[in-house]
Design a protein around this ligand. Structure first.
Ligand SMILES: [Zn+2]
Length: 245
């Protein structure tokens, strides 16, 4: 079983390898409002849906639900718990409820400016528009490059793919052509998603302030030397992933 829905089966390996050989600092396309990059979309299938947990204000970064891969997902358990041991909002609901698994979509594009295949992580709502554009140009992806652009901030954030006009193609044609016949491996998506093990999830939850031992019955041991451990790259560091749902 895979952490991604509908592509590949390397999830368990990805969970153990924590990013594998992928350079996570470079793998993600991150844009600020108004920024854009020129990209090539290799095929109409180069994206995957997955279920994500995250709690922006508690510092739990967007990460895949591992229940999808048949593992114990304590983020699901923490999100579903509504007993007395956790912090409540003004309506008496657990503040952790908002961490429930939500559908997100990870795209792979050739970044024509960096000359490499990179990924972009989108909410379901952001992804719908991008997929519509990809489908619209599905027949012409071998000849058309796009400007991938972010507009707006916070709740207003949206992303668009706009075809580059033929007379502008010459600026990117050389890099574009290098990727003829190149395929995006499923492994890229799995590695970029940085699925945690159950134990790693429990540790992150504890660091975020969730009563892991009392609610989940898991004893987290954090060695002093682990406190400064590199936890990898956040998939989505500047948006509240809960906002679109
Ligand atoms: Zn889960």
């Amino acid at each position: 079983m895979s952490i991604i829905m509908g592509r590949g089966d390397e999830a368990k390996k990805a969970i153990e390898s924590k990013g594998g050989n992928l350079d996570l600092k470079k793998a993600f396309i991150r844009l600020k409002a108004g920024q854009s990059r020129k990209v090539r979309v290799l095929t109409p299938q180069d994206y995957v849906a997955y279920k994500a947990h995250g709690h922006y204000s508690k510092g739990v970064y967007t990460q895949p639900c591992i229940a999808v891969a048949g593992e114990r997902c304590v983020l699901c358990e923490a999100a579903n718990y509504d007993g007395d041991l956790v912090e409540k909002d003004k309506d008496g609901k657990s503040v952790w409820n908002q961490m429930y698994a939500k559908k997100r979509v990870l795209f792979a594009f050739v970044d024509l400016e960096e000359d490499m295949i990179r990924v972009f992580d989108a909410t379901k709502a952001q992804a719908d528009g991008l997929i519509a554009t990809i489908d619209e140009y599905a027949e012409d992806l071998d000849s058309i490059a796009f400007t991938f652009k972010r507009t707006g901030d916070k709740q207003e954030t949206s992303y668009t793919l706009a075809p580059i006009l033929p007379n502008k193609m010459k600026e990117v044609q050389e890099v574009f052509d290098k990727y003829n016949g190149v395929e995006v491996e499923t492994k890229l998506f799995e590695e970029a998603l940085q699925a945690r093990t159950t134990e790693q999830q429990a540790k992150e939850l504890q660091q975020a302030g969730f009563p892991v031992k009392d609610v989940l019955g898991i004893e987290v041991k954090v060695a002093a030397s682990e406190n400064n451990e590199d936890e990898g790259e956040p998939i989505d560091e500047n948006e509240d992933p809960t906002k679109d749902f």
